[in-house]
Design a protein. Structure first.
Length: 584
């Protein structure tokens, strides 16, 4: 047995781990907020676990590795170097990974060493399961024997991010932008700008394709799927049509978007879908404001999640910007969400972003799985603790995870096990939850975060992307709207169009009847003032839309402004080329 252990250590260059310590590696662009978020979430989880006695009495230690390594953007070579650094440090698990180009190289190193890797920052489908596409990137579905050590805890994958964006965009276009700007009689003009990176390729392909928006089904003319594949489209009819009048791919490290945003302004687009994960997002939204672009920006902006820095560093120019996020400003998803948010704010002076939530929850999940299993170190099939086949014994522990009190919603992995039904059936005896009961559809693999809701309701409560918007210095959740219609989620606020696009602040509830009436200043608007009177940003009842003069308090001045124009109608649709319509 000793000989086997020595050979294993020598062959894989694993240093001997200190007895009584579980080392968890954290890999990401450490100088960036994405990497900082991973480190901070991991540190909070470490401290909570150690304060409670460790994992089965073992102290948790965090080891970080920077995959930026002085470059402008993480790459394959920098990712490989960071992964090898963690292997040399003798980590037992790895959490993190942000830029796909780097994560692919990191994953190779971790899989070579059979090291369990929890992705907590990269969304690309191919890292876990891209379906039966058989593209150059192998994954858990296509090569389970090699890639079964890879899991994703956050974010939801690119396909679900894309569907989440498109679902909210469709909801906004049909219920708000089309009645205001086209009257459903002519196509609504939209623009799409995405960074030119792998993770955004498929999203940009569909979001900038008119046929996909307008038809119920489409036949793909070119990759990412085989030509001729029939794919479901958004099917805007009978409400109206969409016309993508401008689209562009931009660098993730670009410092000037004047040309692209000027083109959007000239195009008269009224919706600007932006998909940006890097530092470029802050410059992008500042220039959008400076140029007075009359298109509401809704999409993905990772730096936009940084609270309060994004508002402060843009000087409030991000007002009305909307994007997907794991949570917003102290969002009360559950008690654990609030506790983690408050701890991060107290300790680090800013709010957590999605990589923080992911790294924290991955390490808490390691703790829970090992505690439930009742042993560490593992012994593996060869009966020797500390050797590589320990990972083989641990994979099933994580695959069968079901966490009804996850930090950002109920958590489980997608299913079924890619090796067939017999594999997941064997897990049922070891858990109080039948896997068939908690995941009856059995779609995908057991290694990606399960997410199944996209619309305005959030009934089942599993992890999903929330749509957020900067309003009056706060990042607020604006979608989903309901838990069970017509019960409004207590933390969901009214979505707002930029004042430049709709200069009628007293039309507060800009949604269709019976819950409101766009183009009409009526009782719904008055009741919103009454229900929020006296509140300021951060109060549970606060709605920035009711602050009609934007002074961050809902008071008599807002009420008087509404009273003056109460009962007035706004001539819709608004003309494309002016500052608005007129009251009648």
């Amino acid at each position: 047995m000793v000989t086997l252990l020595l050979i294993s250590i020598a062959f894989f260059s694993f240093p001997i781990r200190a007895v009584g310590t579980i080392k968890i590696g954290v890999v990401g662009p450490m100088p960036w907020i994405q990497g900082q978020g991973m480190r901070e979430g991991a540190e909070i989880a470490r401290d909570e676990i150690n304060a409670a006695g460790g994992i089965l009495g073992n102290t948790v230690e965090i080891v970080t590795a920077d995959d930026l390594r002085g470059e402008q953007d993480p790459t394959g070579p920098t990712g490989k170097a960071a992964a090898e650094e963690l292997m040399a440090a003798g980590v037992d698990f790895v959490v993190g990974g942000f830029r796909t180009e780097a994560v692919l190289a990191e994953r190779t190193v971790f899989m070579d060493n059979k090291k369990i890797f929890f992705i907590a920052g990269a969304s690309t489908d191919e890292l876990i399961d891209d379906g039966p596409k058989n593209n150059p990137y192998d994954d858990v579905r296509e090569d389970y024997a090699r890639y079964r050590y890879t899991f994703r805890v956050t974010p939801i994958n690119s396909t679900m991010l894309f569907k989440s964006i498109a679902g909210f965009e469709k909801y906004t276009m049909i219920s708000l932008l089309m009645p205001m700007y086209t009257g459903y009689a002519s196509p609504l003009k939209i623009a799409v700008i995405s960074e030119s990176l792998v993770w955004a390729d498929t999203m940009h392909f569909f979001l900038s394709w008119n046929d996909w928006w307008n038809n119920a089904t489409v036949t793909l003319p070119s990759p990412p799927y085989p030509p001729g594949t029939v794919y479901p489209g958004m099917g805007m009819a009978p409400y109206g049509r969409v016309n993508v009048v401008y689209q562009a791919r931009v660098s993730a490290i670009a410092t000037d978007f004047t040309a692209e945003l000027s083109a959007v302004k000239t195009s008269e687009a009224r919706l600007l879908i932006h998909v940006i994960s890097g530092a470029a997002g802050r410059t992008f939204i500042s220039q959008w404001n400076d140029l007075g672009v009359k298109a509401v920006p809704l999409g993905i902006d990772v730096l936009g999640q940084e609270i309060p820095a994004h508002w402060d560093l843009t000087g409030g120019k991000c007002q009305f910007e909307g994007f997907l996020a794991t949570a917003a400003q102290r969002t009360p998803l559950n008690a654990r969400t609030l506790a983690f948010y408050d701890t991060t704010m107290t300790r680090y002076g800013h709010a957590p972003i999605y990589t923080s939530y992911g790294a924290y929850d991955a390490i808490i999940a390691i703790d829970e799985a090992l505690e439930a299993n009742g042993k560490w170190p593992m012994t593996g099939p060869d009966g020797v603790s500390g050797t590589l086949d320990d990972s083989d014994e641990m994979v099933p522990l994580f695959e069968k995870a079901y966490r009804p009190n996850g930090i950002v919603g109920k958590f489980k992995y997608t299913g079924p096990h890619p090796m067939g039904s017999a594999a997941y059936d064997t897990y049922m005896a070891n858990t109080t939850h039948s896997y068939l009961d908690i995941n009856p559809t059995m779609a995908g693999t057991l290694h990606d975060v399960f997410s199944n809701e996209l619309g305005p309701e959030w009934k089942e409560g599993y992890t999903r992307a929330l749509f957020t918007q900067w309003q009056g210095g706060r990042l607020e959740v604006v979608y989903p709207v309901y838990s069970t219609i017509p019960t409004r989620l207590p933390f969901s606020k009214i979505f707002m169009l930029p004042r430049l696009m709709f200069p009628y602040p007293s039309d507060i509830v800009q949604v269709p009847p019976p819950t409101g009436g766009y183009g009409l200043i009526d009782i719904f608007d008055a009741l919103t003032i009454v229900g929020t009177f006296g509140t300021t940003p951060g109060a549970p009842a606060w709605h920035a839309a009711a602050d009609t003069n934007d002074d961050r308090v809902i008071d008599i001045f807002d009420a008087l402004t509404l009273r003056i124009v109460f009962g007035k109608k706004i001539a819709l649709p608004l003309p494309y080329c002016s500052e608005g319509g007129r009251l009648s």
